[in-house]
Design a protein around this ligand. Structure first.
Ligand SMILES: Cc1cc2nc3c(=O)[nH]c(=O)nc-3n(C[C@H](O)[C@H](O)[C@H](O)COP(=O)(O)OP(=O)(O)OC[C@H]3O[C@@H](n4cnc5c(N)ncnc54)[C@H](O)[C@@H]3O)c2cc1C
Length: 467
């Protein structure tokens, strides 16, 4: 591992949610801060990864040897000392995309694969119970496993938000956003895939990619097990939650308005469906658990966490490797084949721009030598959520039922009950916002959720106030 020093790290003061603090969070599209976040060196004097320092101290060397012996069998995800200098594939970001790619590419023992993640390991965070327990997922938004991005102030939208800035949650932990998301399993609309294919993306039609969806899937819904849309042997568990008394009312209500009951995962058409979830034995089942954990025993796959990729190293217009910062120290690692950026909607464009690939004005502002002047980070599409509440006269969830479940340690011992569920999220209605539109597929989704009481951490988080 080549240690190239950390003199290039810039600290930056960023504004978050109206307050101001120094940390490693960036404002979305605040190009001034896209250069580098502020990394605090959390290593002690015996920094394991700083080999030239270790030579100076035999005490340090000994303790490193003991640690290496202790940690080697666990294939620690933490220390770059265990990594090779060169890999065939370097994958940046261990979210939904990066984990699957790393697992699939390392199935070939001749491929040396490295997975690099800026966040820490999900097993070593105080948020671990919130990551695992489905009902607690809202607590992860704006926690320390969320990058904490906000939009720039909006001129034409966001009227309900303070300063009209949208929160843009993104997971910063192994597993990426799939470690903080809502765990609803829903494939995209067949119409969009088919549109991509007809626009030149060969092999991306819904019919063609269905085999990959099926190959990934382990469905635990008995009546769907034999369906041509599902499969039972893949790494990604797809399940269905037990129905609440409200589910049949949701479905009946939608049916009475003319929406037929459909399967959410046949390519999405107009209709109402019972949701599928990525929950296994009452716990979040993300691609980290499904794809990466079983693959970490492979000798050709390494994963490093707490490693922020600052840029792709490019020479002769080819990606030669990456530079990343681990605990305040900068490292580089080379590739013999490819660098694959799966750092998410905001992370991947930011890395490209820091590497010299992006719009001329942004590269100039950041004083990054240009390599390729192309549009990067444009045409963002997102799906804002609006909560609309309807209060029922009689509760369908009895408060004492929750107290009983807690008292009996039901979740602890059986992994069942309200904690194992998605806070009552049970059905989805997909529809066309404008039935007269020439678009022949749904563009609006209504999620039916039954909840107890008025408190919703998500709402507290965005602090809705009229502006
Ligand atoms: C609140 C919320 C709820 C959601 N609910 C659902 C849902 O119920 N169902 C659903 O299907 N989808 C849901 N989504 C969307 C879904 O989770 C994401 O679309 C998906 O996880 C994106 O995968 P990805 O691999 O592209 O990126 P991510 O999963 O975000 O992974 C990117 C990874 O790259 C890392 N990274 C970023 N920059 C760097 C860097 N410089 N160096 C190293 N690593 C870096 C990040 O830390 C992260 O781990 C939700 C999203 C949010 C925010």
């Amino acid at each position: 591992m080549q240690c190239i020093g950390d003199s290039s790290i810039k600290t930056s003061r960023v504004h978050i949610g109206g307050g101001e603090r120094e940390d490693n969070r960036l404002e979305f599209y605040d190009v001034e801060n896209l250069r580098y976040p502020n990394f605090k060196d959390r290593c002690g004097k015996c920094a394991l990864q700083n080999s030239y320092k270790m030579k100076k101290s035999s005490v340090c060397f000994l303790s490193m040897a003991v640690l290496l012996v202790l940690l080697r069998p666990l294939r620690s995800m933490e220390c770059p000392e265990y990594m090779r200098r060169r890999y065939d594939y370097i994958i940046v970001g261990s979210g939904s995309a990066g984990t699957v790619l790393a697992a699939r590419l390392s199935e070939n023992p001749d491929h040396r694969v490295l997975l690099v993640e800026a966040g820490e390991s999900d097993r070593e965070r105080k948020e671990t119970p919130y990551i695992d327990i489905p009902a607690l997922y809202p607590l992860l938004v704006n926690s320390s496993v969320d990058w904490g991005y906000y939009s720039v102030p909006q001129r034409f939208s966001g009227y309900a938000f303070n300063n009209r800035q949208f929160p843009l949650p993104q997971g910063k932990v192994s597993g990426g956003t799939f470690s903080i998301n809502r765990m609803i399993y829903q494939r995209g609309s067949r119409h969009i895939y088919d549109y991509w294919a007809s626009s030149g993306a060969t092999g991306w039609s819904f019919r063609e990619i269905l085999k990959y969806f099926r190959r990934s899937e382990d469905i635990s819904v008995p009546e769907l097990a034999r369906s041509t849309y599902h499969e039972q042997c893949g790494p990604l568990r797809v399940s269905r939650l037990p129905p609440s008394p409200l589910l049949s009312l949701y479905l009946k209500g939608a049916n009475s308005l003319g929406y037929r009951t459909i399967n959410c995962n046949e390519g999405i058409d107009v209709g109402v469906c019972r949701i599928h979830t990525n929950i296994k034995f009452g716990e979040r089942w993300n691609t980290l658990k499904g794809f990466i954990r079983p693959a970490l025993g492979r000798r050709n796959l390494d994963m490093v966490t707490d490693a922020h990729v600052s840029k792709v190293l490019i020479s002769n217009r080819r990606a030669q490797g990456i530079e990343f910062i681990h605990r305040g120290i900068s490292f580089s690692v080379q590739t013999d084949k490819e660098v694959i950026l799966t750092a998410g909607t905001y992370g991947s464009p930011a890395i490209l721009i820091r590497s010299g690939i992006g719009p001329a004005d942004q590269l100039q502002r950041l004083q990054v030598p240009p390599i390729s002047l192309i549009p990067v980070g444009e045409s963002l599409q997102d799906h804002p959520t609006v909560n609309i509440r309807v209060l029922l006269k009689a509760p369908t969830i009895k408060p004492h039922a929750i107290a009983d479940q807690v008292k009996n340690n039901q979740y602890l011992f059986q992994r069942t009950g309200l904690l194992a569920e998605l806070r009552g999220t049970e059905a989805l209605l997909t529809l066309q916002s404008d039935p007269t539109s020439i678009i022949a597929y749904p563009d609006l989704q209504i999620t039916f959720t039954s909840a107890l009481g008025d408190h919703d951490p998500m709402i507290d988080f965005v602090r809705i106030t009229p502006s």
